[in-house]
Each structure stands twice: as C-alpha cells, then as structure tokens.
Ligand binder design. Structure first.
Ligand code: PBG
Length: 326
C-alpha cells in the first residue's frame, strides 16, 4: 500500500511515545482537598470516598506531613462543623479561635512552604446549608457578600495564601479583593470558582461535610450544566474583578468549559475533579470492573490536556505515591 502519511510511525516504541507526549502530569500540578473535623485523634473514612478521611487537626497535620514528603505542596482544607456551631448568618466562619481558622494558622506554622487555598462560602457554617444567607426561601446575594468578606479577611489573617470563593454569589470576587486590600492583604490571592455547576457529582462531599442544603437545591446560584457561553461571561466578570486563577467545577463532564476558559483568558485555569468523580472510579475499581489506577491517570491527564494548569483532586496523594515509587 502506498501511504504518504503513517501516524503510527510515531507510536511504535515506548521511548518515542514518551518523547512525543503532548501532555504530562506532575505532583506539582495538584492541590489536595482535606476535610477537617472537631476533636482529637480522629480519622473517619468517608463511606463513598475510600481512603479519604475526615481528620481532627492533629491527624490533619500528620496527613499533610506525609503529603509534603510525597511532594504535594498545595492544600485546600474544608471544615465540617457540628450543627450547634451553625446559624443563619454563618457567624462561626469568621470567629477568632474557630476550628478552621486555628487549623489554617497551625498548617502555616508547621509547614511554611505549603500553599494554602481556603474555602469561602457559607454552606459549612449555615443552618440552612446554602452558600448564602436565606430569607423566605430565597438565597440573598448582596447580603451575603459582607459575610464572605469577613470570612476571607479572617482566613488571610490566619495565613491563607489564596482564598477560594466557592459560593457563586455575583460580584464576590471584586468584593473580596477590596476587602482583602483594605485590610492590608494585597498579596493574598483569589482562586475563583468561576464556572461552578449545579452538579450531582458533589454528593459524596456533602455527605462528608454534612453540608447538603436543608431545602431546595443550588440552582439559583450554581450554573446550569446545559450552559457553555455563560461560563465565558462568569470568567469575564471574575477576570475583571481581578481573580488570580479561574476554576471550573466539576472537571470531567466539563472539559469543554476548561478548554474555553484556557483559550480565552490569560490566567492559570484550575479544575476541580470532584468527590463524585472520585467515588465512581473507586466503586468501579472495587468491583473489578475497571483498572482504577489506569482510569485515574487517564482522567487526570484528560483534565490537564483540556487546559487545566492546576487540578484539585482527591487522587493527588495516590498519584504522588505512584510517582514516588516509579
Ligand atoms: C460548597 C462546596 C461544594 C464542594 C466544594 N465546595 C459542594 C456544593 O456546592 O454543594 C464540592 C466538592 C466536591 O464534590 O468534591 N461551597
């Protein structure tokens, strides 16, 4: 057969395939999410997320020490609060001495070189389980912003390197930038959850934090999975409001959105490989239906290939251990 083009030539040996790989993953690409709970010496595995634990602060510090040893240097802790700490306005979120703020300070004190991305949203602190203040069944936007502002400043003060608003209120990136600057935290960055979709893939996370909405859903603030152009609008606003990084969440069903943001904005793009995406891989692997390790690597690679520079993933530690062994 006379064939001018034979793309298979470039695939004929492993060395060649490695050399020509357009995308590769490194441990430094990852941010590892962590779940913080009250108490001491507690490590409670999350049912739907094998190998992921809710940790008391002492255990969290041990976990971070292990991760740092493996080369993971960036973390995104999330707090899980008992119901008695929750109220309508999420006041625990900026109370000096709160579990989360103490943990941020302890993490930075023990590991000065890590990069800490802290969560800004009302849901872990809210008795309504929503990301904003609720009045008559409506999630209020402008009334929520000052609380997010106080929360972000308190986190910056505790030692956060980046605050990461995951709430999807309008105007919050600009509001947080002003609040941080006014308090003197001009170097504290903002990782914006720019295109955060109202997704069923968050199920295991809400179980982990007991943060499911007490009524309704999050569709009046999180984006409709049907929409692509709207993600560009959200990105434009976050960009203009001075976000330092733009995030897409979830990752796997939203690779087109990651690609769009990467092509249109000159900021690093992050993607959140969320709890449900992790749970699906683990469940199928446990049943022996897929090779969990290979599927993990393929999924992470696809997120990077789509255009994400940074990946928040529960797989970070497993990936780092694999790399360390290799
Ligand atoms: C809420 C928040 C959620 C996640 C991170 N921050 C869930 C939600 O919006 O209900 C989900 C992360 C995951 O599923 O891994 N502020």
């Amino acid at each position: 057969m006379m064939l001018l083009h034979r793309p298979r030539r470039n695939r004929q040996a492993e060395t060649l395939r490695q050399m020509l790989a357009e995308t590769s993953l490194q441990t430094a690409d990852f941010i590892y999410p962590l779940f913080l709970i009250e108490g001491q010496n507690k490590a409670i595995e999350i049912n739907s997320m094998p190998n992921i634990y809710r940790l008391s602060l002492d255990k969290l510090l041990e976990e971070v020490a292990q991760c740092v040893e493996l080369g993971i240097k960036a973390f995104a802790p999330f707090p899980s609060l008992s119901d008695d700490k929750k109220d309508k306005y999420g006041t625990e979120s900026y109370r000096k001495g709160s579990l989360y703020l103490e943990a941020i300070a302890a993490l930075k004190k023990n590991f000065p070189d890590i990069v800490l991305f802290t969560d800004v949203a009302l849901d872990p602190y809210s008795s309504d389980g929503h990301d904003g203040v609720v009045e008559n069944g409506i999630i209020l936007n402008d009334e929520t912003l000052p609380i997010l502002g106080k929360m972000a400043v308190a986190q910056a003060q505790a030692g956060a390197d980046f605050v990461a608003p995951s709430d999807m209120m309008d105007g919050r990136v600009g509001y947080l930038r002003q609040a941080l600057d006014a308090a003197g935290y001009t170097q504290t960055g903002i990782l914006a959850y720019t295109a955060k979709y109202a997704s069923a893939f968050y199920g295991p996370f809400r179980d982990a934090l007991d943060s499911a909405p007490r009524f309704g859903d999050k569709k009046t603030y999180q984006m409709n999975p049907a929409n692509r152009k709207e993600a560009l609008l959200e990105a434009q606003l976050d960009f203009e409001e001075s976000a330092d990084m733009l995030m897409v969440k979830p990752a796997l069903s939203y690779l087109d959105i990651i690609s769009d943001l990467n092509q249109n904005f000159n900021l690093p793009i992050a993607a959140y490989n969320v709890s449900g995406e992790y749970a699906m891989v683990k469940a199928a692997a446990q049943k022996g239906w897929i090779d969990g390790e290979k599927v993990m690597l393929e999924i992470l690679l696809s997120i990077k290939r789509a255009g994400a520079k940074v990946i928040l993933s529960y797989f970070a530690k497993e990936f780092a251990s694999l790399r360390k062994k290799a």
